[in-house]
Design a protein around this ligand. Structure first.
Ligand code: ADP
Ligand code: MG
Length: 285
């Protein structure tokens, strides 16, 4: 996406969050624009907490946050934000005996899509996008994991949200569903903003204009995927045996040992991949 086509959709300045005495987000500064922003980071880094704050499901306890021009601390602002965002939580709550249609209808009512004809056509639209319209009368209980996931994704698309927040949306999808998902997200991101958390650098490479790496509740990196690759320039090397100086190393498919860290003199440096960039950023002490 061209920078001149992008609009600022959310702005975070110094956002912090504590649970009890424990601080889990520290001074997060971030500008979310049209296009896809990927949130990467080890388990416990704060990705879900950040997405919940953007979704107005959690209040930040430090800093400032505007979403679609409204302040999340203002009750009227929160109301307006909720009407214009879509959110896929990491663990969506399903009522097992709801049908697919009832579940999505329930979310549409919460979003106050009150006109029944518009609501029905919107439900069919999002189920069709996720290839679930044929199953709309089935109970959620009898769906496969991948089908349930697609229903959860469908509800997030209701109302064509200007900001779509997806927490680990590709977990449990088979390769075909993953491809289909990427097409859907790319289409949404032509005019709206998507923020998604993922552990897959393949998702990032395929989708993201911007990457944010979180580590221990702080941003370790913000930039485009190419800049994340460049972050590991000069920090990836190969050898025939594991090297003691590496922050991390593994045996690659070709039998070489691939290392990330500060290379020893004369090391056989390799061109980094996106995954190397990520590992370098999160393994630095
Ligand atoms: N409701 C909560 N109460 C207490 N601690 C929480 C709560 N939610 C998350 N945490 C803690 O905050 C940290 C960040 O969690 P989370 O945002 O879920 O990370 P991620 O999604 O990156 O794995 C973790 O240490 C987690 O245990
Ligand atoms: Mg999470």
């Amino acid at each position: 996406m061209n920078a001149t086509d992008t609009a600022v959709v959310a702005r975070l300045a110094g956002v912090g969050k504590r649970f009890g005495r424990r601080a889990v987000l520290h001074g997060i500064d971030l500008t979310v624009r049209t296009g896809v922003t990927g949130l990467l980071g080890p388990n416990g880094a704060g990705k879900t907490t950040l997405l919940r704050i953007l979704a107005t499901a959690l209040r930040p306890d430090a800093g400032e946050l505007t979403v679609l021009g409204d302040d999340v601390l203002d009750p009227d602002g929160r109301y307006r934000i909720r009407q214009r965002i879509g959110y896929l939580p990491q663990q969506p709550g399903f009522h097992e005996w709801d049908t697919v249609y009832d579940f999505v209808n329930h979310v549409a009512l919460l979003q106050e899509i009150n006109d029944s004809r518009r609501r029905q056509s919107e439900i069919l639209r999002v189920l069709d996008i996720m290839n679930m319209a044929d199953c709309m009368h089935q109970h959620l209980r009898w769906l496969s994991g991948g089908q349930r996931h697609r229903v959860a994704l469908a509800q997030a698309l209701l109302g064509d949200p200007q900001l779509l927040l997806l927490d680990e949306p590709t977990v449990g999808l088979d390769p075909y569903e993953r491809l289909r998902f990427r097409q859907v997200v790319s289409e949404v991101a032509r005019k709206n903003a998507v923020v998604l958390s993922t552990h897959s650098t393949d998702d990032v490479a395929a989708l993201c204009d911007e990457v944010v790496v979180l580590r221990l509740g702080r941003t370790a990196f913000t930039g485009c995927p190419a800049a994340m690759i460049a972050a590991a320039d000069g920090h990836v090397w190969l050898s025939d045996a594991p090297g003691p100086r590496a922050a991390t190393w593994w045996r690659a498919a070709d039998g070489h040992y691939r290392h990330i860290g500060d290379p020893p003199p004369g090391a056989d440096l390799a061109a980094p991949t996106l995954e190397d960039g990520y590992l370098h950023l999160v393994s630095r002490s």
